[in-house]
Design a protein around this ligand. Structure first.
Ligand code: NAD
Length: 373
């Protein structure tokens, strides 16, 4: 069994990785600065962290540390002497990265260099796992995109994630640090509070607000359920043959935002969709090739988009953020959650009307209104 330190460990992915590592008998240290990128009034951060740590809080150690602060990081890493480090700490949002490039560079590149520079001298260190992103590829030129696909990131986030990959390899080669790089994509599921598209869609459905689909909703993403990415990261952390290798770890399927909306509509038949034409700076993406992870790690994603959305809807139904009540309910809700009131609205026109007291700003506008500082 190993001692594993997870940077960004209190986050959406970090806590799920921790859960799996604990179940396998490892010692787990979560290192985190409790950074918040979305307004605390909107993201229900405390509830998310409470849910993320439910049942595991007493089984692990949480060390508050900003991984940009090298002295503090040295102290934390030396205190626990982990054999393996999974590096997740970052400003993880592409849109915000373009508005806060300095913070993105320091949290993505700066933290990576700090860790590598410390572990190169750490006795008995066995593996550094850098969690990168499929955003390093930029536009996909063929499908599914494998690990050798050209890398032309289109935003600060993708650029910094790629820079940190390169530095991981350079440090690894120069100082013989065993490393593995993992590239996830569009992770979704319970307790994400970063207002990525899947969370925005789901919350719009519960609030009885229309889903906003950009440019026909034809953009495809390789949506990956939280437990699948966590399992893939754990496999990459311990597989001996994964050393010095890079893996796409996703569902392996490109699904359009319209498909996502259609699946949600099967639970919320009164849900409406608003179509918007907008200038799109996002890379054109789709399915990633996961055959390398399947072959070397034995990774097999388990949760389809249909099943994942259902699990996510069930979670939100049982843990509605902020403790209030949803305006609109999924069709299976009455039997499962009798304490919640029945759908208030009968017509699609009614459903599109914001509920009394609701914030009049859309989620996207709220991000504009509530930047990370
Ligand atoms: N969620 C996705 O869809 C996705 C996709 C691809 C890659 N990733 C990568 O996975 C990682 C985790 O993403 P997530 O979705 O769990 O995000 P998250 O925001 O839930 O978690 C990130 C955690 O990092 C912590 N953190 C940030 N800066 C820090 C610092 N300087 N020192 C210590 N802790 C710090 C935050 O407090 C937070 O708990 C990120 O590196 C992200 O780029 C995520």
């Amino acid at each position: 069994m190993s001692r594993v330190l997870i940077t960004g460990g209190v986050g959406f992915i970090g806590t799920q990785v921790a859960r799996e590592l604990l179940s396998e008998g490892h010692d787990v240290v979560l290192l985190d600065s409790y950074a918040q990128y979305i307004s605390p009034f909107e993201c229900h951060y405390k509830q998310a962290i409470t849910d993320r740590l439910e049942g595991i809080r007493e089984k692990l150690v949480i060390e508050r540390c900003d991984a940009r602060d090298k002295l503090d990081l040295i102290r934390s890493i030396q205190k626990y002497s982990p054999q393996r480090i999974i590096h997740l700490a970052a400003l993880p949002l592409a849109d915000l990265s373009n508005r806060y490039p300095d913070e993105t560079v320091s949290t993505v590149v700066g933290t990576t260099v700090n860790i590598l520079d410390i572990v190169k001298d750490l006795p008995g260190f066995e593996r550094f796992v850098y969690v990168s992103s499929s955003m390093i590829y930029g536009d996909f030129h063929y499908l599914p995109a494998d690990e050798e696909h050209s890398k032309n990131p289109k935003d600060v986030y993708g650029g910094t994630k790629l820079a940190a990959e390169v530095l991981t390899r350079s440090y690894g080669n120069r100082f013989s640090i065993p490393y593995t790089i993992v590239r996830p994509s569009a992770v979704y599921g319970p307790t994400d509070v970063n207002q990525r598209v899947s969370q925005k869609f789901l919350m719009s459905a519960f609030k009885g607000e229309p889903l906003v689909l950009h440019n026909g909703g034809e953009d495809k993403l390789d949506f990956t359920y939280i437990t699948d990415i966590a399992h893939g990261i754990c496999l990459a952390t311990f597989e001996p043959k994964a050393e010095s290798e890079t893996f796409n770890i996703t569902r392996g399927q490109g699904r359009s935002l319209r498909e996502y909306a259609d699946i949600l509509k099967s639970y919320f038949p009164l849900l409406t969709v608003e179509e918007l034409e907008v200038q799109n700076f996002r890379p054109k993406r789709g399915a990633l090739d996961i055959s390398k992870a399947q072959k070397i790690l034995g990774y097999e994603p388990q949760v389809s988009l249909e099943d994942g959305i259902r699990k996510y809807v069930e979670y939100v139904l049982a843990n509605y953020p902020g403790g209030g009540e949803p305006v609109m309910m999924p069709i299976f809700a009455k039997k499962r959650a009798p304490r919640l009131r029945a759908p208030k609205f009968k017509t699609t026109a009614d459903v599109a009307t914001p509920p009394a007291g609701a914030d009049p700003l859309s989620m996207a506008e709220q991000i504009q209104e509530n930047p990370i500082r």
